[in-house]
Ligand binder design. Sequence first.
Ligand code: NAP
Length: 345
Amino acid sequence: MITNKAICVTGASGFIASYVIRELLDNGYTLRATVRGLTKGNNYEYLTSLPGAAERLELVQAELLTEGSYDEAIAGCEYVIHTASPYVLDVKDPQHDLVDPALKGTLNVLQACGKSGSVKKVVLTSSVAAVFDEPISGHVYTEKDWNETSSLTRNPYFYSKTLAERSAWDYIEKENPAFELAVVNPGVVIGPSLVPSLNTSNQILRDVLAGAYPMIMSISWGFVDVRDVAHAHILAMENEKAKGRYLCISETLDMSEVVSILREAGYSNYKLPKMKMTGMVGNAMVKILVSTQPKGVRTFIRTHVGRGVEYDNSKIRQELGISFRSVKESILEAVKDLFRWKHIS
Ligand code: NAP
C-alpha cells in the first residue's frame, strides 16, 4: 500500500521512530518527520542518510508543548504515527517534564489531524506503562487492563503515558473525527540503535553489564525488539481493520535470565551481578539497597521487585500477523550495539 500523500512521523529522532522511518522509506513511502532541534541546528544525519531519504524524507520542526506546532507537518498527510513523548524515569518536575509534553502533545497532534481534513488514521505509541503500574503476580495482562495507580509522585512516566493514551481515546469519543485511531503498547524495547543517544530501555542492559545492580533482583521485563515495534506500527497503519490497543511484547525474562544470557555469551568479565536477592527477605533488602538510585528508578524498582509479569500478546499476533524476534537475539544484538556507540567501554 503506497499512498501518494505523505505520512507524518512525530519524534523522528527517537529510538523507535527512526526504525519506523527506515521501514517506511524502504517500503517506498513519502514522509514528513518532526524533530525539535532543527532550529537549533541539530544534525539528523542518521535520518537524512537513510536510503530513500534524500528523495522522500522532509524534516519539520515541531514541539509537543507548543499549540499548533504540528499543523504544518500534518497538513495533507494521510497517516500519522505519533511516537514523540519524553521517555525518562527520573525528572525534576514530573508535571512539566513528563505529563505536559505527553498529554498536551498528544492533543496537539490529534487536533492537527482533525484540522487537516486529510488524515485517515493515527497510530499512537503508548506503552505497557498505560496498562499497569505495579504488576499483580499471576494476572495475565491484556489490552483490557488500564493503569489506575500511577500519579505525579509514583511512577510519573507511567502516569504521563496513561493520561496521554486516555486523552486520545476521549478525543475520539467526544470529537468523533474523520480518522481512526490504533494504539501500540510496547513493553521494554531493546535492540540495536540507529540513533547515537542511549535509550532508557537499552540502558537496563548497559546497567546490568556495568555493575549498576550489585545483586540479581527478582524483577521481570516484558521485552520486545525495536524493529518489531516499528513493524507493528506500520502494520497497524496499513491494516484497515486494525483498531483499539495492541500489546506489543515478545517475551518476559527476569534479571537472572538476562544475566545468564550475558554470561553464556562471554560477558562474564564485565560487572554482572552474581548474588541473588530473591524471596521475601531478599526483596525487602533490595527495596532498602536501591535507596541510592535516582528517585524515578527507585520507585520503579520498589513497585516491580518480587512480582512476575505475564502478558497475552495474541491480539497483535493474530490481527496484525506479527511474529516476534527471539529476545535472546535482541539482547545480544543490543549489547554489541552498546559497544559500537561507546555506551559501554
Ligand atoms: P526516545 O528515543 O527518547 O524518543 C523520544 C522522542 O520524543 C524523541 O524524538 C524526542 O525528541 C521526542 N520528544 C520528547 N520530548 C519532546 C518535546 N517536548 N517536543 C517534541 N519532541 C519531543 O524514546 P523511544 O523509546 O523511541 O520512545 C518513543 C515512544 O515510545 C515514546 O512515546 C515512549 O513513551 C514509547 N515507548 C518506549 C518504550 C521503550 O522501551 N523505549 C516502551 C514503551 C513505549 P528529542 O530527540 O529532541 O529529545
